[in-house]
Design a protein around this ligand. Structure first.
Ligand code: SF4
Length: 388
């Protein structure tokens, strides 16, 4: 039985970034106390229905977990340790917004066992960060990276977004260069998502000038920025191991790899997703509401459903292909049977002809072009019987 990963969402932010489509927001500070109390109740409840009792990764995401007051970090980790055993080498990550990590919060994180910090920097260019509502400057972000190191945490991730308003090829190169000069051992690079769930996305779709939608780089430039990131980060030792993730050897995120390798994880808090394995190995997925008020009053998880074999196989393809290591046909055949895998051969052949996947030996991988258009590629795995 695999140990469990634990994800805890902390949906509190000091201000709402214009591009953000997460279930996070600015709420009264009094909600934090109620929220952490609610999390401790869910931990108790989860202990009853999870067979795995050992955690080998914990990830506090958000939102902005670094805004939690120190006593709430301690309360949360006391509850985690009462309900689960944390394995000695467990990876414990906390997401932080630069400029929003008080000394006492950092101290509490270290005391609770945090050994990895993820900074939502998004851009090291002050004008770009300011235009999206971020509250930090480059100097603040660099200072916070130093403070975390001085506190004894060496594993640090920096998030960047390609496609922010005002970004140019030159400014993107500068952000990448500043990132690599910090010497952090992990980077995540995302392409700006345009959808109606963020203020910037709405402005792109419906027009307006408040959030600088007209200053968003073109799709072609965004694609070039992504490819530039892959190249420049690799040149500095941060090799791509997943569509959006780059690491020095051995510094890959243990927690996030569980999602792509379909290992069990439990999600607590607002808009948290879980995947556990039943005694017979069947994947059970469930989630929580994305509304904070509802979460504070609801009895916990809903939408619990067991995946069919077909759904599991589709997931094995599109989650596994996210990893640069790709998907092993032998491993898939051992899990799902040779006939089921053969059903995808026409899809794979067409995708290979189009230049989106490649096969070497028994391994199927996305090509760089496939990574760039990965969502279009993954859709093709949902209908294996149809022509791709
Ligand atoms: S991007 Fe992060 S910090 Fe900004 S509003 Fe969203 S969750 Fe909060």
């Amino acid at each position: 039985m695999h140990p469990l990963g634990l994800y805890i969402s902390v949906p509190f932010c000091r201000s709402k970034c214009t591009y953000c489509n997460f279930a996070s927001g600015v709420f009264p500070a009094t909600y934090m106390e109620r929220y952490v109390h609610r999390l401790t109740e869910d931990l108790e409840a989860a202990r009853a229905f999870t067979s795995a009792k050992i955690l080998d990764s914990i990830y506090l995401g958000g939102g902005t977990p670094s805004l939690l007051p120190p006593h709430l970090f301690r309360k949360l980790f006391i509850a985690i340790r009462q309900c689960f055993e944390i394995s000695p080498g467990a990876e414990i990550t906390m997401e932080c917004a630069p400029g929003q990590l008080a000394d006492d919060a950092l101290e509490a994180m270290v005391e609770c066992g945090a050994n990895r910090i993820s900074f939502g920097v998004q851009s090291f260019i002050d004008q770009e960060a300011r235009a999206t509502g971020r509250l930090h400057t480059r100097a603040i972000a660099l200072h916070d990276i130093d403070r975390v190191r001085q506190a004894g945490i060496a594993a640090i991730n920096v998030d960047l977004i390609a496609g922010l308003p005002h970004q140019t090829e030159a400014s993107w190169r500068e952000s990448l260069d500043v990132l690599t000069e910090t010497g952090v051992n992990h980077a995540s690079v995302y392409l700006l998502e345009v959808d109606g769930d963020s203020r910037l996305g709405k402005e792109v779709l419906n027009g307006g000038a408040r959030y600088f939608a007209s200053a968003i780089p073109s799709d072609d430039l965004m694609a070039d920025m992504y490819l530039m990131a892959v190249e420049r980060l690799a040149a500095s030792g941060l090799r791509q191991y997943e569509i959006s993730n780059f690491a020095r050897a051995g510094a890959e995120s243990a927690h996030n790899q569980k999602y792509w390798l379909r290992r069990p994880y439990l999600g607590l808090g607002v808009d948290a997703h879980s995947m556990l394995r039943a005694a017979d190995g069947t994947a059970i997925r469930f989630a929580t509401t994305d509304n904070l008020e509802d979460y504070l009053q609801s009895p916990g998880w809903d939408d619990r459903h067991a995946l069919s074999r077909q759904e599991e196989l589709e997931e094995a393809w599109f989650l596994g292909l996210r990893l640069n290591a790709g998907v092993s046909l032998k491993v898939l055949e051992a899990e799902f049977g040779a006939e089921a895998i053969a059903g995808f051969r026409p899809t794979l052949n067409v995708l290979a002809e189009e230049g989106f996947v490649q096969q070497s030996g028994e391994t199927i991988q996305l090509t760089p072009q496939g990574r760039l258009l990965s969502n279009n590629v993954f859709e093709r795995f949902l209908l294996p019987a149809a022509a791709a």
